[in-house]
Ligand binder design. Structure first.
Ligand SMILES: [Fe+2]
Length: 313
């Protein structure tokens, strides 16, 4: 039986009470946001004739998402991370700070406090001898093309099975996570292994939400970056390794044309030796352009819960 009660004075008064409008304490902003959120949901329940069974199944699902710390995984799947990026892009545009390498989503798998190195680092712990060796390098410049020496380039990526150290207990601490400080020419260099794409855990609450939408939870192979330097806008981004079947079908919507990088297989002993490597390797080059800004709040990453962040800062 379909009934419509949302627009009745009783429901509207009830919403005002629930949102605390008649209370002196609390936060005005919280009250207004909660009022709007509840009004939208109440109206949705009316419009779609949501049954008690559907409502309580959703509460159960949210409890499971929370128990598995999966809201950080579902959020990009529902486009929130990309939507916030679109808003920050628009803000940059409005401030005259557009340009430079584009941002894209951070994802939930950063861990603070990775070892720091000057100019060059080895990111893998050497335990995975079957994976392709990756030589990851690039130059950090400003938007006028001047090299940025002393920039902090934080890099993290998955292993060949799609797992991230810290979250995957089979890996050593900070495996495939490093902070590299650029040299006098703004260059960074890293030896690592080619990462694999990955998917949300099969059967997990996030997977169930995506399946209900007829979607998958796969991501293409990618490498995450934070780049910062005094006088420059902090950049959160990631690159995608070209040729992955999910490049343009990323469940987290992180792919951007400018961030697609083609690895180059180099099978030349002299080239390998010049980088301290043995045998063939894949070179991945990612140059980064940072916009200049004097605003301190734009020079560091925004706050959010991150693994070990408080312990490290
Ligand atoms: Fe990732």
């Amino acid at each position: 039986m379909t009934v419509k009660i949302f627009d009745t004075p009783e429901v509207q008064d009830f919403l005002n009470t629930v949102a605390g409008f008649d209370q002196a304490g609390g936060s005005e902003r919280a009250k207004r946001i909660v009022h709007r959120l509840l009004a939208d949901l109440y109206r949705l329940i009316d419009d779609f004739d949501v049954t008690p069974e559907e409502f309580w199944a959703t509460i159960g699902l949210m409890n499971e998402l929370g128990k598995g710390s999966q809201f950080g995984l579902l959020a990009p799947g529902l486009g929130f991370d990309h939507y916030l990026d679109m808003r920050m892009d628009a803000e940059d545009e409005a401030r005259g700070l557009a340009g430079g390498t584009p941002r894209t989503i951070e994802g939930p798998l950063y861990v603070a406090g990775a070892p720091e190195a000057e100019g060059v680092a080895r990111m893998d712990d050497g335990s995975d001898t079957d994976s392709e060796v990756m030589w990851l390098t690039g130059q950090v410049r400003d938007t006028d093309g001047r090299p940025v020496a002393g920039a902090r380039v934080e890099i993290w990526h998955a292993n060949a099975k799609g797992g991230y150290s810290h979250f995957d207990p089979s890996q050593s601490e900070y495996n495939l996570r490093r902070t590299i400080i650029t040299d006098a020419e703004g260059r960074y260099r890293a030896r690592s292994i080619i990462p694999s794409g990955y998917g949300v855990p099969e059967g997990s609450p996030t997977d169930r939400v995506l399946k209900a939408l007829g979607r998958h939870g796969q991501r293409p192979a990618h490498i995450h970056y934070f780049i910062s330097a005094p006088g420059h806008k902090h950049l959160t981004t990631q690159i995608n390794l070209a040729g992955d079947p999910y490049t343009w079908d990323d469940f987290a919507f992180a792919t951007r044309e400018e961030l697609l990088v083609e690895g180059r297989l180099i099978d030349d002993a002299a080239e390998a030796e010049a980088r301290g490597l043995e045998g063939p390797f894949t070179e991945v080059v990612f140059d980064i352009e940072l916009s200049r800004t004097e605003a301190p709040e734009l020079q560091s990453r925004h706050k959010r819960p991150r693994a070990l962040e408080q312990a490290a800062d």
